[in-house]
Design a protein. Sequence first.
Length: 174
Amino acid sequence: MLSALSYIARGIGFFGILCPWFFHAPYVVGMTDKRIRFFTIFFVVAGLLVAITVGLSSAQSQRQVPRVLAGDPKVEAVFDEGDSYSCLEKGTAKIVECSLQGGKVKLGKAVDSKDASARFIRAARSADIKAVKDKAGKDYLKALKAPKPKEKLSCLVGGENISCIFDGKNLVTW
């Protein structure tokens, strides 16, 4: 995913291709130096403004990808993997690749997510744990967020509270 600066750099690069024409054309037409200076500054400023506008709008559309993915009825949560996204399928413990193609959400194959929250949710769902709470009563499973590693938690399994710890990959109960 490209950042706003890379889009701006692309726009400036494209404008740079056109600059020689803007600098050479006035002499062909027979303009005075004062007018050449004015039009040169005008075209450079206008080109930079267009490049910045295109860059910022492209970056804004990239930021909306997780929102669009999360709005899909098949997706319960979206996790940013850096260069891609992984999604939790609704009602399952399955974490899959997900992408936005042509305005539609495409779910791919199951992946081993790098995101701690995704690993936590998968571990809790696959062990049939209904709730994972800390001492203050915050339910991490309901919030779809991972607790701090090695934090003592209370897991609700089959109507019974059991002590558990999330080690970063698995929920360990005792």
